[in-house]
Ligand binder design. Structure first.
Ligand code: NPG
Length: 368
């Protein structure tokens, strides 16, 4: 496959409600969208999960754009005839930036699967046609508002609730949600907000029979997570710390994690995500698919990944309406707590161009 044209654009989508985490509050999502056209006129789409600011990871939208246009895209163009599988090795000399690299690999994979007339779900090895959905609930202004928000999601049919926590917003909100819904699968996500000395505090969460505590400590503190895992009974799940197959192997070997959140953008793409899935499946480690407020483009690909056999826990693969009044693609609509896995060619969704244009703040085209 030869690239003929790349179109990079940034869009802005308002969120249905503010989303507060320990690293900040989002009220809108700025997204970098990539369209690749091959020399045969085949099109592939992807989105970059980097946020506007480097608060969750070092990557951010303007930085990803710069990196892609300055280094990554020229390297792929210089390579000539390429496949999705050749993207990661070609871009390996450029350090870091898994999200930008994943964006290029995914758009090329979408195009490649259109050429092969194959769905992403089939290509990745999915064995399910629908997947159970979880929902991630931001830090609320107070407990009554949290309960009201969670009630809405339970009424919608979500099968698992994830509560964002931080110091000062942990034991009490979790206790209250557990009291209201004694049987709902429940987990918490700290986004690195705690420190090694918080073991005793976090062990107070054990009484609520949570599925897991996600990323309590700094992403680089693998030893700290291993020590914490001995102090708390609730399984520890790593998110930010897992940036590659190698880091997953290390964290498992060091017993720093017994569950893994796989986010394709964070690990450099869907091909690396499948390798982590395969490792975990072999080792009996449950995995689930994380989310980063994706539009229908990224969501479609995540839903395909979440249909692989090792994804035994519901992911942050919510309906489009969890975050957006209007998605840029046909929306993902939940039925009885499930989303249907796209079975059409490629990632299975294309943007609605008129709407996409109406929310585009920047667009540039690179022609070969
Ligand atoms: O369902 O898309 C979703 C959001 C799930 O909580 C969620 N994502 O830390 O996992 C996270 C968090 C996140 C959001 C991370 C935005 C980075 C950016």
């Amino acid at each position: 496959m030869k690239i003929a044209e790349l179109e990079l654009r940034t869009i802005n989508l308002p969120l249905v409600r503010p989303f507060r985490t320990s690293f900040g509050t989002q009220t809108a999502r700025e997204v970098l969208i990539l369209k690749v056209t091959t020399s045969d006129g085949i099109v592939g789409w992807s989105e970059c999960v980097a946020m506007s600011e480097p608060l969750y990871s070092p990557e951010y939208v303007a930085g990803s754009l710069d990196l892609m246009r300055r280094f990554l895209i020229p390297t792929l163009l210089q390579a000539g005839d390429i496949s999705a599988e050749s993207v990661a090795p070609l871009l390996a000399p450029f350090l870091g930036s898994p999200m930008a690299k994943a964006t290029l690999e995914t758009a090329l994979l979408d195009a490649q699967l259109h050429i092969e007339k194959r769905s992403l779900a089939d290509f990745l090895g999915a064995n399910k046609t629908k997947i159970p959905c979880g929902v991630s609930v931001g830090i609320a202004p107070n407990i009554p508002q949290l309960i009201e928000e969670v009630s809405g999601y339970i009424a919608d049919g979500y099968k698992r609730i994830k509560l964002k926590i931080e110091p000062g917003w942990d034991i009490d909100p979790v206790a209250e949600v557990r009291k209201n819904w004694p049987d709902i699968p429940l987990q918490v996500d700290a986004n690195q907000a705690y420190s090694r000395s918080d073991g005793e505090l976090l062990s107070k969460l054990d009484q609520f029979e949570l599925l897991l505590i996600e990323q309590p400590l700094d992403e680089h503190d693998i030893l700290g997570h291993a020590l914490l895992a001995k102090q708390v009974q609730t399984p520890i799940c790593l998110d930010e710390s897992i940036t590659s197959l190698r880091s997953a192997e290390d964290a498992l070997a060091l017993k720093a994690t017994t569950v893994i959140n796989i986010k394709p953008g964070r690990v450099g793409g869907y091909l690396e995500a499948v390798k982590i899935h395969d490792l975990c499946l072999n080792e009996g480690i449950p995995v689930w698919c994380g989310g980063m407020l994706e539009t229908g483009i990224g969501r479609a690909a995540n839903v395909a990944l979440a249909a692989l056999p090792g994804f035994t826990l519901p992911g942050d693969t919510s309906a489009s309406s969890r975050f957006y009044h209007q998605d840029i693609t046909d929306p993902f609509v939940m039925e009885d707590g499930y989303l249907v896995v796209p079975q059409t060619v490629g990632i299975g969704r294309v943007p609605h161009l008129e709407f996409l244009d109406s929310i585009t703040s920047h667009k540039e085209t690179i022609r070969v």
